[in-house]
Design a protein around this ligand. Structure first.
Ligand SMILES: Cc1ncc(COP(=O)(O)O)c(C=O)c1O
Length: 466
């Protein structure tokens, strides 16, 4: 059998080798084993591999090219043709856009990865690869390498007043994996429901549901989650974004923070604090510390490098109450064998050498300027609109005036090339505190944000003039 292709030639057969090769490759393409764009081995390599004359391969490739199955690409050799392209159509993933291409993608969840500190990260990885011990290359501890847990413990204590130890901290593949692990742990502990903020993150709601927990939507107002409504639900665990509520941007008020912790103590419950974008805080008012510091025995603190560095790193962490560490490890032991040691060590070095702080200073400046540009453009071009919530994170909430219908605005904006989501997209059972647009501004230049605001103003005019 060939090693370059999963293909056998039958030398006893009366079918010529060229035909066997041609039909073998064609079947692989039709079955989807060879995907559009996939490179084929060079004729020289494949001929050696199959122990046939090179001309056999060349001829088979030529026939398949003539039939439209293969294409010959300068320098990069022969590849599988994109047979489906004609009937596929464009897969935009954004149905509201229809046929208009998105000039401004204002959806949330995007960090400006063009600012990713490639050279600095490479320096850290190089250093890790030079100094990693053989133990570092073995299976890691489930909770992560000691170096990262220790760095994160002191970093989170310093910048977020999180009270944790390396023993109660777990490195995860982003907050998403942390949430999956916590959900499984909660199921193990007998929870059937988890309260979630409404409006909140629809992806997280679905995530909980898929794992087998029932999300209980609890309304959010201008002080954050309504703790009275939470107390009236049967849930004993809640997922919250206290510092920059997703998506409204409101900050959990001081009295609600106290009430939330009191609730958790009263019901023997658990608060899961998703501190997803706290590093970016542009307000003159002081940034509230993590709720976890108020009650480390009742709060799981979750963080992530997705906003600060890049979501592609899949780096996150959980600081858990000490008594829950064994349950969390048991949940994890059922799922994987830990996450990449090399990346964890790289991140530990990135923090320890002050590179994270430097990078954050750069990115804070960049994001602050962008948010200020958008804020000024809204004041100029959309004077009846209001930005609510704290100026923080990588998105902002643009409250729309009563005379503009949210859905109509989202649709009109899409027709003008602005992809943006209305508050309604994030709501579950309760109406959002106010209709509005949730604007992810992080990836756009200041000029582009001014253009987006102008396009939104044009969309408003379009609706009003019918
Ligand atoms: C509310 C919220 N939490 C957490 C995250 C980060 O998730 P992860 O760390 O898995 O990338 C995001 C990312 O967009 C988010 O919007």
């Amino acid at each position: 059998m060939a090693r370059q292709l999963q293909l056998n030639l039958d030398r006893q057969s009366t079918t010529p080798l060229i035909e066997q090769l041609r039909s073998g490759v064609k079947s692989m393409i039709e079955a989807g084993a060879l995907r559009p764009g996939a490179p084929l081995p060079s004729s020289r390599l494949l001929a050696a591999d199959l122990r046939v004359a090179r001309s056999v391969v060349v001829e088979a490739y030529q026939q398949l090219t003539a039939e439209g199955y293969l294409i010959s690409v300068d320098r990069s050799g022969t590849r599988v043709a994109n047979l489906a392209s004609a009937q596929d159509g464009a897969v935009t993933g954004v149905s509201a856009v229809g046929t208009v291409s998105a000039r401004w993608d204002l959806r949330t969840g995007l960090a400006d990865v063009s600012g990713f500190p490639r050279a600095e990260w490479l320096t850290c990885l190089r250093r890790v690869l030079q100094t990693a011990t053989p133990e570092h290359l073995e299976y890691p501890a489930l909770a992560g390498v000691a170096e990262l847990r220790s760095e994160l413990t002191s970093y989170l204590g310093r910048v977020r007043a999180v009270r944790t130890t390396a023993d109660t901290l777990m490195a995860t593949a982003g907050f998403a994996q942390g949430l999956a692990l916590l959900s499984n742990m909660l199921l193990d502990l007998g929870h059937a429901t988890v309260a979630v903020e409404d409006p909140g993150h629809p992806g997280q709601r679905r995530f909980l549901e898929d794992i087998g927990l029932r999300p209980v939507p609890v309304p959010v107002d201008d002080e954050g989650i309504d703790v009275r409504a939470l107390a009236a639900s049967e849930a004993r665990a809640v997922l919250v974004t206290p510092v920059h509520q997703f998506p409204t941007g409101v900050v959990l008020s001081e009295s609600r923070r106290t009430a939330l912790v009191a609730w958790a103590r009263q019901v023997d419950g658990l608060i899961v604090e998703d501190d997803y974008d706290a590093e970016f805080w542009f307000d003159d008012a002081e940034r509230p510390p993590a709720v976890q510091g108020l009650a480390p025995e009742r709060v799981v603190y979750g963080g992530s490098a997705s906003k600060t560095l890049a979501p592609g790193l899949r780096l996150g962490w959980l600081a858990v109450p000490a008594h829950l560490t064994p349950a969390l490890e048991r949940a994890r032991a059922r799922q994987d064998l830990g996450s990449s040691t090399i990346d964890q060590l790289g991140y530990a070095h990135f923090i320890a050498t002050g590179r994270l702080e430097r990078h954050l200073r750069r990115m804070r400046r960049r994001y602050r300027e962008r948010l200020e540009a958008f804020t000024a453009a809204v004041a100029n071009l959309l004077p009846d609109f209001r930005l609510i919530g704290s100026p923080a994170g990588l998105h902002t909430f643009l409250a729309i005036p009563p005379y503009v219908d949210e859905r109509a605005l989202v649709d009109a904006a899409a027709r003008l090339g602005v992809v943006v989501r209305g508050a309604d997209h994030f709501a579950c059972h309760h109406r959002p505190p106010t209709p509005g647009l949730v604007v992810g501004y992080a990836i756009h230049s200041r000029d582009s944000l001014v253009g987006a605001a102008a396009a939104l103003a044009a969309a408003v005019r379009m609706i009003r003039t019918g």
